[in-house]
Design a protein around this ligand. Structure first.
Ligand code: TYM
Length: 329
């Protein structure tokens, strides 16, 4: 079976953009691929963070993955720092990655603007660690949202550069996009994001979700109830496409264009569908919280299973780059 790898940062609350853009797709892939899903804590330390909260964030993020259906019988869930070979391979990849490639990454430029006080090497090197995450498992496919396409393309390039220099070792991984690869925030402007105040949390209680939807931006051309709307310009409609049934989506599209349905009613339908889908995940999160030992077991076994894979790959890599000393093993 081909292998899949993807990752999520434990940097704040997981939102419905993460869910429909990535996690839900990850669940759909587990039957067809050998999947490794990773909580990438070393990526999350590239920006300022609260040290005391990190452990909780790592566990909460992993819990959401498991509660969404990524159980250990179906795939591997692992924490990045539990498999330090990721960072070792990132160092080796540093030595085949041109700095210019990193400086032109959109996410680096955005983050450098957002965190002017702390433009550290980790922020620039971020995509190299991401390439190591993927390639250390020789993954062929990487299911992500649209914002990660550029990073995955860079991993292809890093794989190429390594292979040319040291001999064929890594496959060039391909992006797999979900059916909702880019969800905007409730402001209707920017991508829904943990760092902007525009996210609907996957664990938000129903009333909080209803309130966020109530005030969320809709089609900017529709000022009054009687104005016809343009679903293609409405983020609420994009969310319908992610959460509602095909016949509902078609009906909303039709009725919005003719002002047959108002935004309030349209949001209420979305609210119901959203809660219907994420409610059971929230219930499972509560169940898992009652058994804290369970997540510890999941993550320990995840690390053991990954260790078996990466030990072999790193042995091959060290040999190929000429640093493996036979007398050390
Ligand atoms: P992160 O933690 O920002 O996001 C996790 C996943 O959620 C997707 N996503 C979205 N999809 C649709 N609409 C949105 N508004 C939205 N916001 C986030 C992201 O595209 C991502 O798939 N660099 C990665 C983590 C990472 C990784 C990796 C991913 C580290 N190593 C190796 C793949 C492979 C990141 O910051 O994801």
């Amino acid at each position: 079976m081909d292998r899949i790898f993807s990752g999520i940062q434990p940097s704040g609350e997981i939102h419905i953009g993460n869910y429909v853009g990535a996690i839900r797709n990850w669940v759909r892939l587990v039957d067809r691929y050998d999947c490794v899903y990773c909580v990438v804590d070393y990526h999350a330390i590239t920006i300022e963070y609260e040290v005391a909260l990190m452990q909780k964030r790592i566990l909460d993020t992993a819990t959401i993955l498991v509660a969404s259906g990524l159980t250990p019988d179906k795939c591997i869930v692992v924490v990045q720092s539990h498999v330090p070979e990721h960072t070792e391979l990132a160092w080796i990849f540093n030595c085949v990655t041109p700095i210019g490639e990193l400086e032109r990454m959109t996410q680096f430029k955005e983050k450098a603007k957002q965190h002017r006080q702390n433009i550290n090497m980790g922020l620039l090197d971020y995509p190299v660690l991401q390439a190591a995450d993927i390639l250390i498992y020789k993954a062929g496919y990487v299911p992500v949202g649209e914002d990660q396409i550029q990073h995955v393309e860079l991993s292809r390039e890093i794989a190429r550069k390594f292979n040319v220099r040291f001999g064929d070792t890594f496959p060039e991984p391909k992006v797999l996009l979900s059916d909702a690869p880019r969800i905007l925030g409730t402001d209707g402007n920017a991508k829904m994001s943990k760092s902007l105040n525009n996210a609907i949390g996957l664990l938000d209680p129903p009333e909080a979700i209803r309130e966020k939807l109530r005030t969320a931006a809709t089609c900017p051309h529709r000022q009054r109830r009687s104005d016809p709307g343009h679903p293609e310009h409405c983020n609420i409609f994009t969310m319908h496409q992610a959460f509602s049934k095909p016949d509902q989506i078609a009906s909303i599209d039709r009725h919005c264009r003719t002002a047959g349905i108002g935004c309030i009613e349209c949001k209420e339908i979305l609210f119901k569908n959203m809660v219907e889908e994420i409610g059971p995940i929230q219930d499972r999160v509560r169940e898992i919280h009652k058994r804290p030992q369970y997540m510890i077991e999941v993550l320990k076994s995840g690390a053991d299973r990954c260790k078996a894979i990466v030990t072999e790959v790193m042995d091959e890599v060290r040999t190929k780059i000429g640093v493996k000393s036979e007398w050390m093993s």
